[in-house]
Design a protein around this ligand. Structure first.
Ligand code: HEC
Length: 317
């Protein structure tokens, strides 16, 4: 058998095993919902042509502003960023109303003081559009003291700092005849999954994780698991998280409050989308430019081919 044939057979084998592996993964995922597994969601900003949904970003900001900002800052963002194109695009008037009540530590006053002479408290001034979205705590120590020793991370780029595995780690095939090939299939499935992610430009792992984090709290840890003072969360690494469910806990069982569950789902989705925008504010522009470049390159390739044919037309071969 020639080298070419060997390579070809190898490629065919990889494709077949990859296909079986992925089919197995899909079947498994559909069969029973494994709560420890972060599932991919449909986002308006996913895929080659995705873009943010302005209304969703506005709702997501509202969730951050009303709930999350009590503990988390977004230090890489200034309030004015919320007006920029490709984001929530609040108007000047809306933003003015939003920050009307906000205060930031004041610069030294005429006497050079930053703290009150009466009670030693920090002097504050009203926030401006150019101010950062600061953490509510004076420093990390204060933040940790207020949160039982855990630091609420800055959320500016959290959607890029978190993600999910490329391919479902529950892709282990269940069929007996497939078991001996598991190693190869896992590898082929990984290649297939990665190729699909590249082709569809999957980059929403951070948003998928944040959504899942909000949705995966349990009122009680499963039997035999002790989380101490912390909360049990199915997708947080280690399951014991020092953040109590900020948006509530998904109710299960026959008498679950469906409306409450729906609201939790909507808020989790919106805040995840908002945090994704904060991590990648220029996604809209990037994706639309990317598409134009691709079209340009395809046309250019056609032209180059035509040029080549014309130039070499008279040469016998
Ligand atoms: C009462 C304070 C508090 C509120 C309110 C709060 N958080 Fe947290 N958050 C924390 C603390 C503390 C941690 C660190 C948890 C740990 O390390 O165990 C944390 C961690 C996180 C993390 C990182 C998880 C990881 O994988 O490391 C994310 C994401 C997050 N919070 C999002 C949010 C969002 C979104 C909201 C609003 C819907 C919110 N938080 C509201 C205190 C809070």
């Amino acid at each position: 058998m020639s080298v070419k044939n060997t390579l070809a057979s190898f490629a065919v084998a990889l494709t077949i095993f990859g296909g079986i592996g992925m089919a197995g993964a899909a079947e498994k995922a559909g069969e029973h919902h494994d709560k420890s597994h972060v599932e991919r969601q449909n986002w308006s900003f996913g895929g080659l042509l995705g873009s943010y949904d302005k209304a969703q970003l506005k709702r997501g900001f509202a969730v951050y502003n009303e709930v999350c900002s009590a503990c988390h800052g977004m230090n890489l963002l200034s309030w004015r960023n919320l007006m920029e194109e490709g984001g929530p695009e609040f108007t000047k008037k809306e933003l003015k109303a939003l920050i009307a009540e906000k205060e930031v530590p004041a610069e030294p006053n005429e006497e050079g003081l930053t703290h009150s002479e009466e009670d030693g408290s920090r002097l504050m001034r009203p926030a401006l559009f150019t101010d950062r979205m600061l953490s509510p705590y004076a420093n990390e120590k204060a933040a940790m003291t207020a949160n039982a020793g855990a630091l609420p991370p800055d959320l500016s780029v959290i959607a890029k700092a978190r993600g999910i595995p490329h391919v479902a780690d529950n892709s282990k095939p269940s069929a007996w005849y497939a078991a001996p090939f598991y190693g190869l299939m896992e590898y082929a499935g990984w290649i297939g999954g990665t190729a699909k992610d590249i082709a569809t430009q999957y980059q929403e792992g951070g948003a998928d994780y944040i959504y899942a984090l909000m949705m995966s709290y349990a009122d009680e840890a499963p039997a035999g698991v002790d989380v101490g003072d912390r909360s049990f969360n199915y997708v947080f690494p280690g399951n014991a998280i020092s953040m109590a469910a900020p948006l509530g806990t998904l109710e299960t069982g026959a008498d679950a409050d469906k409306d409450a569950n729906k609201e939790l789902d909507a808020k989790s989705r919106d805040v995840a989308a908002y945090l994704m925008w904060a991590s990648e504010p220029h996604l809209n522009a990037r994706k639309s430019l990317g598409l134009k470049v691709l079209i340009y390159l395809i046309i250019l390739s056609g032209l180059m081919y035509a040029v080549k044919r014309t130039i070499w037309a008279g040469v016998k071969h």
